[in-house]
Write a protein that binds this ligand. Structure first.
Ligand SMILES: C[S@@+](CC[C@H](N)C(=O)[O-])C[C@H]1O[C@@H](n2cnc3c(N)ncnc32)[C@H](O)[C@@H]1O
Length: 403
């Protein structure tokens, strides 16, 4: 190794050891990896102790990896011999600029740009679950060209990250990791934020194994949104991601592995859940939006009459009963369900998320059906869309008191 590069590495090692290391950037890449452009390394605290986080900036996305200090230093040595022609080391004592020319290398020292060590909070790393620099986030106006989140898009950004966190947890603990082709459908995809995020994240997750194929379809009834999303998907070379103009009910997929249906209006959520059940989805993620269907027909059981006379209580109970029946129906169809708080959006302050995963144990359909029958009877419900869809498809029977 060139003496100057050796000296640069020694300075890096010293700064890591004495705690003055702030960050390192590597640039001017001339190596064999076509997509690699730049690398940024900085210290982070992880659950396993202090590490150095490397962010690999690529043409269309980024990926990250953590290394222990010694491995990180060895990694930098290798990167500087494998194609990076410049390195910029920032410490709280000085800055050092390494430039590697064709015949020789030189180091230019400078005054420190930073007087404090880098914050090592895990928080910054956590945001890497979604890459701020991803093309789709810029195209959809969530982040700027330099990767900052736009001031009016922070809520959406938070929601996208939370959604990806939930999706990742469900995917990682499912058998879907073993599937060679993953089929994902996002019902009522709207402007596609979550569809792109799901695609991007699943592709990156699966690129670490040999199970690469991810086929994601966004289903949306508004054609101009479909066109916009398809344009962005083509421009960003998101192969395997398509948007189709269709109502949720009319869309047909033979096989679905993951069904997403967030903030689809009223009974469109039922259409989405039904499509997930019909397509044999292993994972269903829904965030119900408005709950008009049950609210309009629900009457109060005698016991609750004094409570449900208040319109706000009537409305909230209708939501609870609607999502409760949906989750019971999913359980009856062989799923384990969870309902928990998601983040609210500009679409709706309502923020329940309903997640269903295939149950490993057989379910007691009769017992669940009995609970559904009781609810329907007690609250005087005359129709519920998911139940009607399941009845129509003859996947199941209707309760005795059903019209
Ligand atoms: C409130 S937006 C939510 C978009 C996205 N899922 C999200 O959470 O960011 C709901 C979208 O679902 C679409 N939609 C509602 N009902 C639908 C239906 N029955 N079939 C297809 N699309 C529907 C609407 O046009 C709208 O774009």
């Amino acid at each position: 190794m060139e003496e100057t590069v050796r000296q640069f590495i020694a300075e890096l090692r010293q700064s890591v050891e004495n705690g003055t290391f702030v960050k390192l950037t590597l640039g001017n890449y001339r190596g064999d990896d076509d997509s690699l452009q730049k690398i940024l390394a900085r210290p982070v605290e992880t659950n396993k102790g202090n590490r150095i986080l490397f962010q690999y900036r690529r043409k269309r996305n980024s990926n990250v990896a953590n290394f222990e200090a010694e491995d990180a230093i060895a990694h930098v040595e290798k990167l500087l011999t494998d194609g990076f022609r410049s390195g910029h080391l920032f410490t709280t004592v000085k800055d050092l600029q390494l430039t590697i020319g064709k015949r020789s290398a030189k180091i230019a020292p400078g005054r420190p740009s930073f007087s404090d060590p880098a914050p090592t909070s895990h928080d910054r790393e956590k945001t890497y679950l979604v890459d701020r620099n991803a093309y789709y986030l810029k195209a959809l106006g969530i982040s700027t060209d330099s990767g900052s989140i736009r001031s009016d898009a922070h809520d959406k950004w938070k929601q996208i990250n939370k959604f990806v966190e939930i999706l990742t947890g469900l995917y990682e603990s499912s058998d879907l990791r073993e599937k060679s082709v993953l089929n994902v459908v996002d019902m009522g995809s709207g402007k596609g934020y979550l569809t792109f995020a799901a695609y991007d994240h699943l592709v990156r997750t699966r690129s670490r194994s040999d199970r690469l194929a991810v086929d994601v379809t966004g289903v949306e009834s508004r054609p101009y949104l479909v066109e916009l999303c398809n344009q962005i998907a083509r421009a960003g070379a998101y192969d395997g991601l398509n948007f189709v103009p269709s109502t949720i009910a009319d869309f047909h997929a033979d096989e679905i592995d993951i069904l997403i249906g967030l903030h689809a209006c009223d009974t469109a959520t039922d259409d989405a859940l039904y499509q997930g059940i019909r397509g044999g989805a292993s994972i269903i993620i829904a965030a119900p939006c408005c709950h008009h269907e049950i609210k309009a027909q629900m009457r109060s059981p005698e016991l609750l009459a004094g409570i449900l006379k208040h319109p706000v209580m009537h409305e909230r109970t209708a939501e609870t009963i609607t999502d409760g029946i949906r989750s019971l129906l999913l359980e009856r169809e062989g799923y384990k369900t969870k309902i928990f708080e998601f983040v609210s959006t500009e679409h709706t302050p309502k923020n329940n998320m309903l997640v269903a995963t295939r149950a490993k144990q057989p379910v007691d359909r009769e017992k669940i059906q009995h609970q559904i029958d009781e609810l329907i009877r007690e609250f005087g419900i005359e129709s519920q869309k998911l139940l009607a869809c399941l009845k129509l498809s003859e996947l199941t029977s209707m309760p005795d008191n059903w019209e």
